[in-house]
Design a protein around this ligand. Structure first.
Ligand code: ADP
Ligand code: MG
Length: 237
């Protein structure tokens, strides 16, 4: 038990360090991004090699920024501010913010009359953004990204996010929610940690089914906002 305590202390400190470092990296990355933007404008007549290098710098800044973003998201999870929010609105919002490649087909099936969720919309956006980003990574040659929602017992809604991507082996599935588990050269393995924490913070649960070579489905069950659960200010930690 003593060891466990020491370990938790270390993890808490590590989390704080990661948070501060991540935060401190945000500014220089922003400055670099502006500088590259400036150079690209000034050097618009430069030779192809120069332009290519500028493009590489810009891309690598974007990769770093994403990693720092995942890192920050994973260490600072705020208490949710739940409200009644429609599933279709949540998905629509996230899809408008994501760049969906042309070879990816979006399917969206939300039954009429589905009650709204009771969840923090910003946090559910973050959950969906992460799932979409992974699904797109899993379909480099295109495919179908499907969103479905249905009523679940007792007062819940199940959201299904399915892709027809590379899928996972059972070994990968077992490590899926472990911090820093990634199979990507440019991944950090914190996206699904954030997804799970935020889902649970909103009173929900997450499950996954996946088959290598076929695709992956994430099932997210969240409480729905029936009239009986409409008590203001109620929060689940
Ligand atoms: P990252 O995206 O930085 O690798 P994540 O926590 O988001 O970190 O995902 C961890 C790993 O889980 C990924 O590297 C990938 O191997 C696997 N994974 C997650 N989502 C999917 C998916 N939709 N299809 C296939 N593999 C996935
Ligand atoms: Mg990810």
């Amino acid at each position: 038990a003593q060891d466990e305590l020491a370990r938790n202390d270390k993890l808490a400190v590590l989390g704080q360090v990661a948070g501060s470092v991540g935060h401190e990296l945000r500014n220089p990355l922003g400055v670099m991004n502006n500088a590259v933007y400036f150079l690209q404008t000034v050097l618009s007549d430069a030779d192809e090699t120069t332009k290519e290098y500028l493009g590489i710098i810009k891309e690598e800044i974007a990769v770093s920024d994403r990693i720092v973003g995942d890192l920050l998201d994973s260490v600072r999870i705020k208490p949710p501010h739940p409200e009644a929010v429609g599933v279709g609105d949540l998905i629509g919002h996230v899809l408008r913010k994501c760049t969906i490649p042309e070879n990816v087909t979006i399917v969206q099936e939300i039954p009429d009359g589905l009650p709204p969720l009771k969840a923090d919309p910003l946090q559910i956006h973050q959950v969906l953004r992460n799932l979409v980003s992974n699904a797109l990574d899993a379909m480099p040659d295109g495919g179908t990204l499907e969103f479905r929602a249905e009523r679940a017992v007792p007062d819940a809604i199940m959201l299904k996010v399915r892709d027809t991507g590379v899928g996972m082996t059972s070994e990968q599935l077992g490590k899926l929610f472990q911090p820093l588990f990634t199979t990507k050269a440019r991944g950090i393995g914190l996206g699904l940690v954030v997804v799970k924490n935020l889902t649970q913070a909103n009173g929900g649960e997450i499950e996954v089914k996946s088959e290598a070579g076929k695709g992956t489905t994430f099932f997210i069950t969240l409480p729905c906002a029936g009239p009986q659960v409409e008590t203001a200010g109620e929060q689940e930690a």
